[in-house]
Design a protein around this ligand. Sequence first.
Ligand code: ADP
Ligand code: MG
Length: 287
Amino acid sequence: SVPLSFFGGIGGASKRGILVKGGNYLEALAAAETVVFDKTGTLTKGSFEVTKIHSHSMADDALLDLAAHAESYSDHPIARSVCAKFGKEVDRSRITSDEEISGHGIKAVIDGMEVYAGNKKLMADQKVAVPECDCRGTMVHVAADGGYAGHIVISDKVKETSADAIRSLKENGVKQTVMLTGDAKSTADAVASELGIDTVCAELLPADKVSKVEELLEKKAPKSTLVFVGDGINDAPVLSRADVGIAMGSMGSDAAIEAADIVLMDDDPAKISLAMRIARKTVRIVH
Ligand code: ADP
Ligand code: MG
Protein backbone atom coordinates (compact mmCIF):
# COMPACT_ATOMS: atom_id res chain seq x y z
CA SER A 1 0.00 0.00 0.00
CA VAL A 2 1.10 3.55 -0.68
CA PRO A 3 1.59 5.70 2.41
CA LEU A 4 -0.84 8.61 2.48
CA SER A 5 1.79 11.34 2.57
CA PHE A 6 3.08 10.23 -0.86
CA PHE A 7 -0.25 11.52 -2.16
CA GLY A 8 0.52 14.82 -0.41
CA GLY A 9 3.92 14.96 -2.10
CA ILE A 10 2.47 14.09 -5.51
CA GLY A 11 -0.27 16.70 -5.05
CA GLY A 12 2.17 19.39 -3.95
CA ALA A 13 4.39 18.65 -6.93
CA SER A 14 1.50 18.77 -9.40
CA LYS A 15 0.49 22.23 -8.16
CA ARG A 16 3.97 23.31 -9.28
CA GLY A 17 3.65 21.76 -12.72
CA ILE A 18 5.53 18.55 -11.82
CA LEU A 19 3.50 15.42 -12.61
CA VAL A 20 4.76 12.38 -10.69
CA LYS A 21 3.42 9.01 -11.86
CA GLY A 22 3.87 7.23 -8.52
CA GLY A 23 5.14 7.56 -4.95
CA ASN A 24 8.05 5.18 -5.63
CA TYR A 25 9.51 7.80 -8.00
CA LEU A 26 9.54 10.40 -5.21
CA GLU A 27 11.47 7.93 -3.08
CA ALA A 28 13.94 7.29 -5.92
CA LEU A 29 14.29 11.01 -6.65
CA ALA A 30 15.10 11.71 -3.01
CA ALA A 31 18.18 9.45 -3.39
CA ALA A 32 19.46 11.00 -6.64
CA GLU A 33 23.22 11.52 -6.92
CA THR A 34 23.66 11.42 -10.70
CA VAL A 35 21.60 13.59 -13.06
CA VAL A 36 21.96 12.99 -16.79
CA PHE A 37 20.59 15.47 -19.32
CA ASP A 38 19.88 15.33 -23.00
CA LYS A 39 21.07 18.62 -24.52
CA THR A 40 18.71 19.71 -27.25
CA GLY A 41 15.32 20.90 -26.01
CA THR A 42 16.21 20.02 -22.41
CA LEU A 43 19.09 22.34 -21.46
CA THR A 44 18.80 24.35 -24.68
CA LYS A 45 15.66 25.87 -26.12
CA GLY A 46 15.60 23.48 -29.05
CA SER A 47 14.51 26.27 -31.34
CA PHE A 48 17.28 26.62 -33.87
CA GLU A 49 17.91 29.50 -36.20
CA VAL A 50 19.98 29.49 -39.36
CA THR A 51 22.94 31.82 -38.80
CA LYS A 52 25.01 31.08 -41.90
CA ILE A 53 24.76 29.46 -45.31
CA HIS A 54 28.05 28.49 -46.87
CA SER A 55 27.85 26.86 -50.25
CA HIS A 56 30.67 25.04 -51.90
CA SER A 57 29.50 23.97 -55.33
CA MET A 58 26.35 26.02 -56.01
CA ALA A 59 24.67 29.33 -55.14
CA ASP A 60 23.63 29.85 -51.49
CA ASP A 61 19.95 29.94 -52.52
CA ALA A 62 20.27 26.65 -54.36
CA LEU A 63 21.93 25.04 -51.33
CA LEU A 64 19.14 26.20 -49.01
CA ASP A 65 16.54 25.05 -51.53
CA LEU A 66 18.08 21.58 -51.67
CA ALA A 67 18.45 21.30 -47.89
CA ALA A 68 14.87 22.50 -47.28
CA HIS A 69 13.51 19.94 -49.73
CA ALA A 70 15.55 17.18 -48.07
CA GLU A 71 14.37 18.25 -44.60
CA SER A 72 10.74 18.89 -45.54
CA TYR A 73 9.37 15.59 -44.17
CA SER A 74 11.31 15.71 -40.89
CA ASP A 75 9.98 16.92 -37.53
CA HIS A 76 13.49 17.34 -36.10
CA PRO A 77 14.03 20.88 -34.73
CA ILE A 78 17.04 21.20 -37.07
CA ALA A 79 14.85 20.35 -40.06
CA ARG A 80 12.14 22.82 -39.00
CA SER A 81 14.70 25.64 -38.77
CA VAL A 82 16.11 24.95 -42.25
CA CYS A 83 12.58 24.97 -43.72
CA ALA A 84 11.72 28.15 -41.79
CA LYS A 85 14.76 29.88 -43.29
CA PHE A 86 13.73 28.71 -46.78
CA GLY A 87 10.39 30.39 -46.10
CA LYS A 88 8.60 28.99 -49.15
CA GLU A 89 6.44 25.98 -49.85
CA VAL A 90 8.52 23.01 -50.90
CA ASP A 91 7.66 21.40 -54.23
CA ARG A 92 6.97 17.83 -53.20
CA SER A 93 6.93 16.65 -56.82
CA ARG A 94 10.72 17.18 -56.89
CA ILE A 95 11.23 14.74 -53.99
CA THR A 96 11.12 11.13 -55.11
CA SER A 97 12.41 9.61 -51.89
CA ASP A 98 13.12 10.86 -48.39
CA GLU A 99 14.38 9.00 -45.37
CA GLU A 100 15.45 10.10 -41.88
CA ILE A 101 18.65 8.49 -40.60
CA SER A 102 18.40 8.69 -36.80
CA GLY A 103 21.25 10.64 -35.18
CA HIS A 104 22.70 11.51 -38.60
CA GLY A 105 20.28 13.44 -40.80
CA ILE A 106 18.42 12.88 -44.05
CA LYS A 107 18.87 10.88 -47.24
CA ALA A 108 16.69 12.06 -50.12
CA VAL A 109 16.38 12.07 -53.88
CA ILE A 110 15.62 15.56 -55.18
CA ASP A 111 15.50 16.52 -58.86
CA GLY A 112 16.88 13.04 -59.48
CA MET A 113 19.99 13.79 -57.40
CA GLU A 114 20.99 11.79 -54.34
CA VAL A 115 21.09 14.33 -51.50
CA TYR A 116 22.36 13.92 -47.95
CA ALA A 117 21.81 16.58 -45.27
CA GLY A 118 23.15 16.09 -41.77
CA ASN A 119 26.24 15.85 -39.61
CA LYS A 120 29.88 14.88 -40.18
CA LYS A 121 29.15 11.23 -39.46
CA LEU A 122 26.60 11.16 -42.27
CA MET A 123 29.15 12.66 -44.67
CA ALA A 124 31.85 10.22 -43.51
CA ASP A 125 29.51 7.27 -44.10
CA GLN A 126 29.05 8.51 -47.67
CA LYS A 127 32.81 9.10 -48.02
CA VAL A 128 32.21 12.77 -48.71
CA ALA A 129 35.11 14.93 -47.48
CA VAL A 130 34.08 17.87 -45.30
CA PRO A 131 36.30 20.98 -45.41
CA GLU A 132 37.58 22.31 -42.05
CA CYS A 133 35.41 25.02 -40.53
CA ASP A 134 35.57 26.74 -37.15
CA CYS A 135 31.92 27.81 -37.27
CA ARG A 136 30.14 27.97 -33.93
CA GLY A 137 26.87 26.09 -33.93
CA THR A 138 25.36 22.92 -35.29
CA MET A 139 26.36 22.19 -38.86
CA VAL A 140 24.06 20.72 -41.46
CA HIS A 141 26.35 19.47 -44.20
CA VAL A 142 24.84 18.89 -47.63
CA ALA A 143 26.11 16.48 -50.26
CA ALA A 144 24.63 16.13 -53.74
CA ASP A 145 25.44 13.28 -56.10
CA GLY A 146 28.44 12.25 -54.00
CA GLY A 147 30.07 15.71 -53.86
CA TYR A 148 30.20 18.19 -51.01
CA ALA A 149 27.69 21.00 -51.68
CA GLY A 150 28.18 23.16 -48.58
CA HIS A 151 26.84 23.63 -45.10
CA ILE A 152 24.20 25.50 -43.16
CA VAL A 153 25.06 26.64 -39.64
CA ILE A 154 22.27 26.76 -37.11
CA SER A 155 22.38 27.75 -33.50
CA ASP A 156 20.37 26.98 -30.45
CA LYS A 157 20.47 28.90 -27.16
CA VAL A 158 20.71 27.58 -23.62
CA LYS A 159 17.57 28.14 -21.56
CA GLU A 160 17.80 31.10 -19.16
CA THR A 161 17.27 28.83 -16.13
CA SER A 162 19.64 25.99 -17.08
CA ALA A 163 22.78 27.28 -15.31
CA ASP A 164 20.85 27.95 -12.08
CA ALA A 165 19.23 24.54 -12.35
CA ILE A 166 22.63 22.80 -12.47
CA ARG A 167 23.95 24.87 -9.56
CA SER A 168 20.86 24.14 -7.49
CA LEU A 169 21.14 20.38 -8.11
CA LYS A 170 24.70 20.45 -6.73
CA GLU A 171 23.53 22.40 -3.67
CA ASN A 172 20.92 19.69 -3.18
CA GLY A 173 23.36 16.79 -3.01
CA VAL A 174 23.76 15.78 -6.65
CA LYS A 175 27.34 14.54 -7.08
CA GLN A 176 27.59 14.27 -10.87
CA THR A 177 25.87 16.08 -13.74
CA VAL A 178 26.20 14.59 -17.22
CA MET A 179 25.13 15.83 -20.65
CA LEU A 180 24.48 13.42 -23.53
CA THR A 181 24.04 14.62 -27.09
CA GLY A 182 24.13 13.58 -30.70
CA ASP A 183 25.52 16.98 -31.54
CA ALA A 184 29.19 17.72 -32.36
CA LYS A 185 31.74 17.74 -29.55
CA SER A 186 32.71 21.41 -30.01
CA THR A 187 29.09 22.57 -29.63
CA ALA A 188 28.50 20.22 -26.69
CA ASP A 189 31.67 21.35 -24.87
CA ALA A 190 30.69 25.01 -25.24
CA VAL A 191 27.25 24.39 -23.72
CA ALA A 192 28.62 22.23 -20.89
CA SER A 193 31.24 24.75 -19.82
CA GLU A 194 28.69 27.56 -19.94
CA LEU A 195 26.41 25.54 -17.63
CA GLY A 196 28.97 23.95 -15.30
CA ILE A 197 28.17 20.36 -16.32
CA ASP A 198 30.75 17.82 -15.07
CA THR A 199 30.76 15.22 -17.86
CA VAL A 200 29.98 15.57 -21.58
CA CYS A 201 29.36 12.74 -24.03
CA ALA A 202 28.87 14.02 -27.59
CA GLU A 203 28.28 12.58 -31.07
CA LEU A 204 26.18 9.78 -29.61
CA LEU A 205 23.63 7.78 -31.54
CA PRO A 206 20.30 7.17 -29.77
CA ALA A 207 21.45 3.62 -28.86
CA ASP A 208 24.75 5.00 -27.46
CA LYS A 209 22.73 7.13 -25.03
CA VAL A 210 21.23 3.94 -23.55
CA SER A 211 24.64 2.26 -23.16
CA LYS A 212 26.10 5.41 -21.60
CA VAL A 213 23.29 5.48 -19.01
CA GLU A 214 23.76 1.76 -18.34
CA GLU A 215 27.46 2.40 -17.74
CA LEU A 216 26.65 5.22 -15.28
CA LEU A 217 24.06 3.02 -13.52
CA GLU A 218 26.76 0.42 -12.92
CA LYS A 219 29.18 2.98 -11.49
CA LYS A 220 26.81 4.75 -9.12
CA ALA A 221 27.03 4.38 -5.34
CA PRO A 222 24.79 1.69 -3.77
CA LYS A 223 21.33 3.01 -2.82
CA SER A 224 21.88 6.20 -4.80
CA THR A 225 19.82 6.74 -7.95
CA LEU A 226 20.31 8.07 -11.46
CA VAL A 227 17.91 10.56 -13.02
CA PHE A 228 17.66 11.14 -16.77
CA VAL A 229 16.03 14.25 -18.18
CA GLY A 230 15.05 14.42 -21.86
CA ASP A 231 12.37 15.37 -24.30
CA GLY A 232 12.75 13.71 -27.68
CA ILE A 233 11.36 10.60 -29.36
CA ASN A 234 14.86 9.12 -29.27
CA ASP A 235 14.98 9.65 -25.51
CA ALA A 236 12.18 7.20 -24.67
CA PRO A 237 14.46 4.13 -24.21
CA VAL A 238 16.79 6.11 -21.92
CA LEU A 239 13.87 7.54 -19.94
CA SER A 240 12.71 3.98 -19.20
CA ARG A 241 16.20 2.71 -18.39
CA ALA A 242 17.03 5.39 -15.76
CA ASP A 243 15.94 4.98 -12.11
CA VAL A 244 13.87 8.13 -12.62
CA GLY A 245 13.03 9.40 -16.12
CA ILE A 246 11.94 13.03 -16.32
CA ALA A 247 10.42 14.40 -19.54
CA MET A 248 9.97 17.99 -20.58
CA GLY A 249 6.23 17.96 -21.21
CA SER A 250 5.25 20.83 -23.46
CA MET A 251 7.79 20.25 -26.22
CA GLY A 252 8.29 16.58 -25.49
CA SER A 253 7.19 13.82 -27.81
CA ASP A 254 4.28 11.56 -26.81
CA ALA A 255 6.73 8.65 -26.62
CA ALA A 256 8.89 10.56 -24.13
CA ILE A 257 5.93 11.56 -21.96
CA GLU A 258 4.69 7.96 -21.99
CA ALA A 259 8.10 6.53 -21.04
CA ALA A 260 8.76 9.12 -18.30
CA ASP A 261 8.16 8.68 -14.56
CA ILE A 262 7.89 12.42 -13.99
CA VAL A 263 6.74 15.09 -16.48
CA LEU A 264 7.63 18.78 -16.18
CA MET A 265 4.71 20.72 -17.65
CA ASP A 266 6.62 23.92 -18.39
CA ASP A 267 10.00 22.54 -19.58
CA ASP A 268 11.86 24.42 -16.85
CA PRO A 269 15.02 22.54 -15.75
CA ALA A 270 14.90 24.45 -12.43
CA LYS A 271 11.88 22.27 -11.56
CA ILE A 272 14.16 19.25 -11.17
CA SER A 273 15.75 20.42 -7.92
CA LEU A 274 12.35 21.64 -6.73
CA ALA A 275 11.02 18.12 -7.36
CA MET A 276 13.99 16.71 -5.42
CA ARG A 277 13.25 18.96 -2.45
CA ILE A 278 9.58 17.93 -2.47
CA ALA A 279 10.67 14.29 -2.74
CA ARG A 280 13.04 14.54 0.24
CA LYS A 281 10.42 16.22 2.39
CA THR A 282 7.84 13.58 1.48
CA VAL A 283 10.19 10.69 2.17
CA ARG A 284 11.14 12.17 5.55
CA ILE A 285 7.45 12.33 6.49
CA VAL A 286 6.81 8.76 5.35
CA HIS A 287 9.74 7.08 7.11
P1 ADP B 1 20.31 15.51 -29.76
O1 ADP B 1 18.87 15.68 -29.36
O2 ADP B 1 21.13 14.89 -28.69
O3 ADP B 1 20.95 16.74 -30.30
P2 ADP B 1 19.57 13.79 -32.12
O4 ADP B 1 19.74 12.33 -31.98
O5 ADP B 1 18.20 14.32 -32.30
O6 ADP B 1 20.38 14.42 -30.92
O7 ADP B 1 20.45 14.29 -33.36
C1 ADP B 1 21.82 14.09 -33.34
C2 ADP B 1 22.50 14.82 -34.43
O8 ADP B 1 22.16 14.24 -35.69
C3 ADP B 1 22.11 16.28 -34.54
O9 ADP B 1 22.88 17.10 -33.70
C4 ADP B 1 22.39 16.53 -36.02
O10 ADP B 1 23.77 16.77 -36.22
C5 ADP B 1 22.03 15.23 -36.69
N1 ADP B 1 20.65 15.23 -37.18
C6 ADP B 1 19.62 14.49 -36.71
N2 ADP B 1 18.50 14.70 -37.43
C7 ADP B 1 18.82 15.63 -38.36
C8 ADP B 1 18.10 16.29 -39.43
N3 ADP B 1 16.81 16.05 -39.66
N4 ADP B 1 18.79 17.15 -40.21
C9 ADP B 1 20.10 17.40 -40.00
N5 ADP B 1 20.82 16.84 -39.03
C10 ADP B 1 20.22 15.96 -38.23
MG1 MG C 1 16.98 15.39 -28.35
